[in-house]
Design a protein around this ligand. Sequence first.
Ligand code: MN
Length: 285
Amino acid sequence: MRICRFNHDKLGLVQGDEILDISAALEALPTHRWPVPQADPLIAALPRVMQAALDLAPNAKRLPLASVTLNSPVSYASKLPAAPVNYLKHMAEAQGDPATFHAHHLKRIEEVGLFLKASSSLVGPGDGVALRHLDRRNDHELELAVVIGKTADRVPVASALDYVAGYAIGLDMTVRGPEERSLRKSIDSYSVLGPWLTTADEVPDPANLDIELHVNGELRQRANTRDLVIGIPQLISWASSYYTLLPGDVIFTGTPDGVGPVVPGDVISARIDKVGQMDVRVRAA
Ligand code: MN
């Protein structure tokens, strides 16, 4: 099932190049008063929402996919854990360009561990990326994004995939420079998630997905998730050994080689097997 958020507060089921408006499925969500839960209510209730979507689909209003604005399928993430240098070829390209990639950011992932992007940086493809610090290099990083569906506290590798709600394309946008990753990668709109949530049942083997990214039609990144240094179950288990992962948390699994700069006016096109394809416009903030 491909579940999207569109036009800010609408819920959709994606079928081909159409969206079925299943916003009435949101009635399945509990209403909240203060203190609000720390998890995304939609993702936390996903099994119920999926059932409601199936019930609503036959009579749902259909819209052309191209006619809507796609927002992040996760409206609230308590955190965005991210893997640095998780493809060996990206490590090699970074080591080969010390002017762009600062040496103290080039340790192996096993040494550095994971970092966190601010959840306020999360947007969808239709929102676009608003670049800041235009005097510096702003890069695209294409990543498979894993959306956590169930509370995960110190989970073993063997059962880690049971905690996944689904997958999406992630763009870990980055200002290059010497500062901590958490600062350079947390700018508003620097975490793009989309084009929708493809539920985990449609991605039986997330460790064998072709991923690719073009900028203005030019191929920049092409890889397969089988080349991840630390795989998805291991990332989930590792992250959850430090902090509890909550429904709606999004793990950015790391980028392959081919990262490069974007400037206002560019269009990033990203595609991941079994997940989807999205275009993201780049502008100045
Ligand atoms: Mn990254």
